[in-house]
Ligand binder design. Structure first.
Ligand code: 9MG
Length: 273
């Protein structure tokens, strides 16, 4: 299976690693905006050296309880980073749910949209349809400000699948072909630990949608709940979670710890093929 994203055609016959570049003040804040962009660009280049197949650049945190940032602030954070990476030869994904940010980022050189809102914002579908970018459609229940308050499902896997299937149909209806789509059950987005574990255990169910699956488990609170470890001590748990995901047919893992995940995949592939 191939993923078409702009000028890139990603071969998903082996799982791919998407490296996370969060351009938020808590990540790269020290010496003002320009230095923050420089630091984020250097960090992104390090992830490429570590073996990342895709970079996911975001300017607004989607962590539970995170405050939204304005469109202008988000543009100011991500555009200099995307522009500063114009020489790289792996796809850049823009992590945003805002159509204006999608449009500007794609014009600046990104070739994928990672939308935790699954292109539900007004104009998002049409604007992405008018490009050749790939798009990741993610499931969530609620908004980052309230999604962990009381998530409830009657039939978790069926509900998440049916939402993703409806968003695939909406994307295809405006001309975004299946070769440009990825789906994601959205670990931690309006899900309890029990929900997250059930999703992980049943990840192979989402492959039945016929679209590559992306899983983002890296350093998430579910791993903290299981291990009792703080966020910056969850690397081992994250790599193991990524392994479980690829064993269940996931094509792309979204991770902070690129080097370690790439090593894990090398070991996994050595016995799988
Ligand atoms: C932006 N972001 C944070 N967590 C994520 C996840 O699990 N999947 C995707 N697609 N994006 C995420």
């Amino acid at each position: 299976m191939f993923l078409h994203c702009g000028k890139f055609k990603l071969d998903l016959s082996h799982p791919k690693v998407m490296g996370i570049v969060n351009v938020t003040p808590d990540s790269f804040s020290d010496g003002g905006k320009h230095l923050a962009s420089e630091a984020a660009i250097a960090y992104a280049r390090r992830l490429i050296d570590d073996g990342a197949d895709i970079l996911d650049i975001g300017g607004e945190s989607t962590r539970p309880g995170a405050a939204p940032v304005s469109e202008q602030e988000e543009l100011d954070r991500v555009l200099p980073v995307i522009e500063g990476l114009d020489d790289i030869n792996i796809p850049i994904s823009i992590d945003t749910y805002k159509p204006e940010v999608m449009r500007a980022a794609l014009a600046a050189g990104a070739s994928m949209v990672n939308d935790v809102n699954a292109l539900q914002a007004e104009r998002a579908l049409e604007w992405v349809a008018n490009t050749s970018a790939a798009v990741c459609l993610m499931h969530k229940q609620g908004a980052p400000q309230n999604m962990q308050l009381q998530p409830q499902y009657r039939q978790l896997i069926a509900e998440v699948s049916s939402f993703l299937s409806e968003r695939i149909a909406a994307a295809e209806a405006v001309g975004i072909s299946g070769e440009r789509l990825i789906v994601d059950p959205g670990f931690g987005f309006g899900k309890t630990l029990e929900h997250n574990l059930a999703l992980l255990k049943n990840l192979h169910e989402f492959a039945l949608l016929g679209i590559p699956v992306l899983a983002g488990l890296s350093r998430k609170s579910m791993l903290g709940q299981i291990t009792g470890r703080e966020v910056d001590e969850r690397m081992t748990a994250s790599v193991v979670a990524a392994l479980i995901a690829v064993q269940r047919g996931t094509s792309i893992v979204r991770v902070h710890d690129v080097r370690e995940t790439v090593d894990m995949l090398k070991v996994w592939r050595a016995i799988e093929e």
